[in-house]
Design a protein. Sequence first.
Length: 179
Amino acid sequence: MQKTQSYSNSHSQTFNVILTAMLIALVFVATVFLNIKLPIASNGGLVHLGTAMLFISSFLFGPKKGAIAGAVGMGLFDLISGWTLWAPFTVIARGLQGYIAGKIAWSKGRKGNSVAFNLLGAILSAPVMLAVYYLCEGILYHNWIAPVASMPGNIAQNVIGIIVSIPVCIVLKKVPMFK
């Protein structure tokens, strides 16, 4: 009995590590290959589908996996794409965003099954992400006006992420594996 339980625990832990790594990879790939640099200003930002993958990860697998997938996936993007200075801030901003979206979506045993709470989680997580980037940018530039230029891109990124993630999760929740 002890060996069976130990094997089951080990199998579960291995599955969780693999699943988390796959979610990180999906966020990373969606950020790297599905993005548009906005010509708003030098710090105008980037619109990408990594935010949609962050939300999908949070809604399907909960706050911890959503936080890790968003933080590590988009943090790695920053490291390899010339936004290296932003990587630590991205880890914080996107980790918090994934956690908040997932926490609300999974609140009171919902496990991401409520479209309304998934939408609420995504909407309420966006201002936190915006605030972290705004504060970090303000500190880096020693200016509280300059960060406003990146707000439209960050807002667009969240809106696109919501528009993509909600219908995708509705479809995926019909698949037995995600129920």
